[in-house]
Design a protein around this ligand. Structure first.
Ligand code: SIN
Length: 474
């Protein structure tokens, strides 16, 4: 890790600025620059200038640079993983996985950048020709969360750069170091000055406003809460910017009587406890059918009780800390309010002795849809369990939410598999799978979970405009 801190030495250790702390023990790690409004403005103007040259390069030239960036990220996998764990708390094995996941977007979009084809369309009249061109949208801003301090940056920036855009990134206040390390590696790979700028700040509201209202910025990509996404969309509307919003979720995980129960329990563990439950796609509500309820609960409880809680840097740790005290209080309140509303505490339900920000993996049973744990985004290691009787009832309950990001179900009856997959009002559905994320598939939600898709071949379209050209013969 120290090699990574050396790598970003020019950007850390400033006297006054944004303090970066380790959520596992509260210790101060370092301080980074607190960008001021006029500096952000200058960076945007510089990005517009850099965009002219960068977009003028061939896609193949940009691809070569992105390939080098991918290689450098993978060469520094361990150092990047240690920085991510230090600032966001997730277990080291998960951080290593996140580095590979994040690098995957860079590798993928290096290739996809070469395939941004337009069309030749049969014309509507003789002597005319219709063509479409795909062109980079311009300077984009990306506002990224702390829970995936690496992958949420590459998922936005790799397609933007591959398309020929220039980008300004504002990482979450809790996790600026991973962002700075990625930027330094991008520069080493050959990304020109001002094509990619990371702005760190203690004042996300003011800087976020500049990044969503500045007339030069043509597109805003955000990952975070639905509440903040709505504000950013309103701000972006003032200059009619294109937006991509990857927002909150309330993922159901349904286990039908005909499921492979052991596979369902494994999927439940992966989907619920990744990053201590702090992902937008983590299961928020478990629906277990009557006939297998007791067996599922028995197997699931044994696995949850065995989860090792501790600092992410310890090899045995499976559940790290929550990001901060506010997150801890929110989770504790959801648990106590859900119990007060009539649910039973089956396991956990307490702060964990590993430290101030640690919460014990918790199972709540006899949960109903009107209780806080079933209808608020938990973002913590809490598993609320709801018993159900039939398919229609569970689909109605699963869809009874303003959110529509990820859903999961386990079943083996083929007719049911298709019926349920089609009926779930979600952007992503895991069928007998508890983890969906990969750079090759389109990630995104419907309803109040967002707009647009990231990753996959369509992910680069978010950073391009289609220009229609009509050519006459005169
Ligand atoms: C998120 O929590 O926003 C992203 C999760 C993922 O990419 O798997």
């Amino acid at each position: 890790m120290s090699d990574m801190l050396d790598l970003i030495a020019d950007y850390i250790g400033v006297k006054k600025g944004l303090s970066v702390n380790n959520p596992a023990n509260g210790q101060h790690i370092t301080t980074v620059k607190d960008w001021q409004e006029d500096e952000v403005d200058r960076a945007i103007v510089a990005a517009a200038e850099a965009f002219k040259t960068w977009s003028g390069q061939t896609a193949k030239d940009r691809a070569r640079i992105l390939q080098r960036w991918f290689q450098l990220i993978m060469e520094h996998q361990e150092g990047l993983a240690r920085i991510a764990t230090m600032e966001c708390g997730k277990p080291l094995t998960e951080s290593r996985g996140e580095v590979a996941y994040g690098a995957g977007f860079v590798e993928w979009f290096a290739e996809e950048g070469k395939r941004t084809y337009g069309d030749v369309i049969p014309a509507h009249a003789a002597g005319k020709h219709i063509l479409t061109l795909k062109q980079p949208i311009g300077v984009i801003s990306a506002i990224t969360p702390w829970n995936f301090p690496i992958a949420m940056i590459t998922r936005k920036i790799a397609p933007a750069l591959a398309a020929g855009c220039a980008a300004i990134v504002k990482p979450a206040e809790a996790t600026p170091l991973s962002a700075l390390a990625l930027m330094v590696l991008a520069k080493k790979a050959g990304v020109p000055e001002d094509v990619l700028t990371v702005v760190t700040t203690t004042d996300p509201v003011t800087i976020g406003k500049i990044l969503t209202t500045h007339p030069i910025i043509r597109k805003v990509s955000f990952t975070g809460s639905t509440a903040v996404g709505k504000i950013l969309m309103q701000q972006a509307a003032s200059t009619v910017k294109k937006t991509s919003m990857e927002l909150g979720g309330n993922a159901p995980f349904i286990v039908f009587d005909d499921a492979d129960i052991e596979a369902a329990v494994d999927g439940a563990m992966a989907s619920k406890f990744r990053n201590a439950g702090q992902t937008c796609v983590c299961t928020n509500r478990f629906f277990i059918q009557d006939g297998i309820y007791d067996e599922f609960l028995r197997l699931f409880t044994a696995k949850v009780a065995a989860l090792k809680v501790g600092p992410g840097k310890d090899a045995a740790t499976r559940i790290g800390p929550l990001i901060n005290e506010a997150a801890m209080q929110k989770v504790a309140k959801i648990v106590s309010d859900t119990i007060a509303a009539g649910a039973d505490l089956h396991l956990g339900g307490i702060r964990h002795p590993a430290g101030d920000n640690f919460y014990a993996p918790t199972i709540l049973t006899n949960v109903t849809m009107d209780m806080p744990a079933a209808n608020m985004e938990i973002f913590g290691p809490i598993a609320p369990i709801i018993r159900f009787k039939n398919e229609d009832e569970v689909i109605a309950a699963a869809n009874d939410t303003p959110y529509g990001l990820a859903a999961y179900f386990y079943a083996r009856d083929l007719g049911r598999v298709w019926r349920v997959a089609e009926a779930l009002e979600y952007g992503m559905v895991g069928i007998n799978e508890g983890i969906l994320s990969t750079e090759v598939a389109p990630f995104g939600g419907i309803k109040q979970s967002g707009i647009g898709r990231e990753g996959a071949s369509c992910g680069i379209d978010e950073y391009m405009e289609i220009k229609y050209c009509l050519m006459g013969s005169g």
